[in-house]
Design a protein around this ligand. Structure first.
Ligand SMILES: Nc1ncnc2c1ncn2[C@@H]1O[C@H](COP(=O)(O)OP(=O)(O)O)[C@@H](O)[C@H]1O
Ligand SMILES: [Mg+2]
Length: 247
């Protein structure tokens, strides 16, 4: 595949005090590519996602989106945040707003769409994530899996260039994991550029173009899922896989 880079990190370093959480991280994510990030807790996966969305500043190195360096602040930063959607483990929906309002809000505020137009788009997206009949409910009336699908619809409503997922199914009961992964698989199939932190190996195998294995703030392996799962090179990855594949 000829790589048309959408997200590029070059020699990115990030510290929390003394802790060197991202160590010379370089990474290119091509347009339409799905990259799964795995690795032990504390290895820097969330920080990597947050740096790409500039929720965390970096100490050195460069991050570009579609050829442009990430903006520092102000309006251009707000635009960046809407161009790189983020889906978190906790769904972060507004509890006192309906599902429809949750999805329309950013479209009106950031994208400056008219309310009618935003609501129309929200309904299309609800249909796409299988929740057409839930528009007028409040988040607390939905299951966790449904809430996470609303969060995905909300991210999509901003017409993002890429979506970042940080353990999107980790807070879900087992029976709800698949309905969320299925929506993500469909997005991948439709060509969305995605960076997905997850330990769902089935998803990695079926939907990812590449698997990144992180440990101690570094990308230790960057391979196809097939190569990674059948023949991990590093001891860290072998050890990690043996632990998660056991249960
Ligand atoms: N806001 C913060 N302040 C201080 N340390 C942090 C902060 N966020 C994360 N860390 C530390 O940075 C390291 C990487 O964290 P994180 O990116 O959340 O890892 P992962 O998502 O792989 O579990 C961990 O040691 C974590 O404790
Ligand atoms: Mg994390």
């Amino acid at each position: 595949m000829a790589v048309d880079p959408l997200i590029e990190l070059r020699d990115v370093n990030k510290y929390f005090g003394e802790l060197h959480v991202l160590q010379d991280v370089s990474l290119t994510v091509g347009r339409g590519e799905v990259v799964v990030v795995i690795g032990p807790s504390g290895s820097g996966k969330s920080t990597l996602c947050r740096a790409i969305n500039r929720l965390e500043p970096i100490a050195s190195g460069t991050i570009t989106l579609d050829g442009e360096p990430l903006p520092e602040e102000g309006k251009s930063l707000a635009r960046l945040r809407s161009e790189v959607g983020m889906v978190f483990q906790s769904f972060n929906l507004f509890a006192h707003k309906t599902v429809l309002q949750n999805i329309s809000l950013g479209q009106v505020k950031v994208r400056r769409r008219k309310k009618d137009e935003a609501d129309r788009r929200s309904r299309e997206l609800l249909d796409r994530v299988g929740l057409a009949d839930q528009a007028d409910k409040y988040p607390a009336q939905l299951s966790g899996g449904q809430q996470q699908r609303v969060a995905i619809a909300r991210a999509l409503a901003m017409d993002p260039k890429a979506l970042l997922f940080d353990e999107p199914t980790s807070a879900l009961d087992p029976e709800m994991i698949n309905e969320v992964l299925e929506v993500m698989r469909q997005l991948a199939h439709d060509g969305m550029t995605m960076v997905v932190v997850t330990h769902e190996m089935g998803f990695a195998r079926s939907a990812a173009n590449r698997v990144l294995f992180m440990a101690d703030g570094r990308i230790v392996e960057d391979r196809t899922p097939e190569e990674f799962f059948t023949a991990p090179r590093s001891d860290r990855a072998k050890d990690f896989l043996s632990k998660i594949l056991k249960h």
